[in-house]
Write a protein that binds this ligand. Sequence first.
Ligand SMILES: [Zn+2]
Length: 180
Amino acid sequence: MEESSAKVARGLSCPACRKDVEPDDAFCNNCGYPRKGSEQERRVFLLKRKTKNKKLDAANKGIRQATNTLFIVGGLNILFSWGVYAWGLAGRYQGDRPRLISDQILGVIFVALGFWYIKRPLAAILAGASWYLLLQIFYLITSPGAFLSIIVYRLFVMGYLIVGLRSVIKADRLKKELNT
Ligand SMILES: [Zn+2]
C-alpha cells in the first residue's frame, strides 16, 4: 500500500477526499474536486470542503450531547426514584411502589432511546424529544410545584435535545455534500 500523501503528490489520489482517481479525470468522481481547474478554483474548493468538515464536527458534537442527555435523564430517573423510594421505606414518607415502577420504566425508556440512537439517530432523538416534552406537559398539569422546582434542569434537557435534533439533520446533509 502506497502512502496516501505520496499518491496525492503523484496525482493518483484526490487531494480533497483521498480517494483514487484516474489520471485523465477533470473532476474527482467522489467529491467533485476540479483536478484540471485553475489554482484559484482548486483552492476555493478545498477551503469550502474544510469549512463543511468543521460544520460536520460541530453537528456531531451536538448529536453526542443529545445522546448523553438521554442517558443522563434516564440514569437520573432510575437512581432518583430508588432514592425517593428508599427514603419512603425509612419512614419519612409513604413509600410509593407504583410511582417507583413508573419512574423506573421512564428511566429505562430514555436509556433505551440513547442506545437506539446508534441505529436510527434521527428517529431516536425525535422520539426522545417528543417523549420528554409530553412528560413535561403531564408534570406541569399534575404537579406544577414539583415541575417549577427544577425548571432549569428541564429547560437544559429540552435545549440539548432540540440542538441534537437539528444537528442530526445538518450532519446528514453535510455528509451527503462531502460524499463521506
Ligand atoms: Zn475527491
